[in-house]
Structures are given as C-alpha cells and as structure tokens.
Design a protein. Structure first.
Length: 82
C-alpha cells in the first residue's frame, strides 16, 4: 500500500509557477493518507482554490507556509478545523 498520492503536473495545459502550492497541498494530502493508513480514496486538494481565494497566492511564486496559514485560517473561520 502506497501512502503517497499521485504526482501532479503544474505545467499542463499552461505554465504556472505555483510550485509552493502544489508542494504544500500534496504534502498535506500525503499526510492525511498516511494517517488513514492508505484506506479510502486519495485526497486531491485544489491548488486552483488557493490561487483564487488566497490573497497572497499567484502563479508567480509563494511559500508553503503561506498556504498552510491560509488553510489554518479558513478552517478556523468555517469551524472545520479539528
């Protein structure tokens, strides 16, 4: 059983320099899959959602910590944090 989610290509169909978002969201999905011990469907978190809704995110770079901060604040605001 693999505890890693599938690799995603950020350059198809168009180049996007959002590697920090891809990395952060893939790492989080892998962590969740590991906690589930590989059971259930793979979680594919939306990079596009972060790009659209996070005030400091763009296709021109960013940081993984900014993505995690966005998720933390979103979960606190919606009450979905554990």
């Amino acid at each position: 059983v693999s505890l890693c989610t599938p690799s995603r290509n950020q350059h198809v169909p168009q180049y996007c320099g959002a590697c920090s978002m891809f990395a952060a969201l893939t790492a989080l999905a892998d962590r969740i899959k590991g906690l589930r011990e590989g059971r259930g469907p793979d979680l594919v978190l939306s990079v596009q959602h972060v790009l659209n809704c996070h005030g400091r995110a763009s296709c021109h770079g960013g940081t993984a910590s900014a993505v995690y901060d966005f998720i933390y604040r979103l979960s606190a605001a919606t009450g979905s944090g554990g």
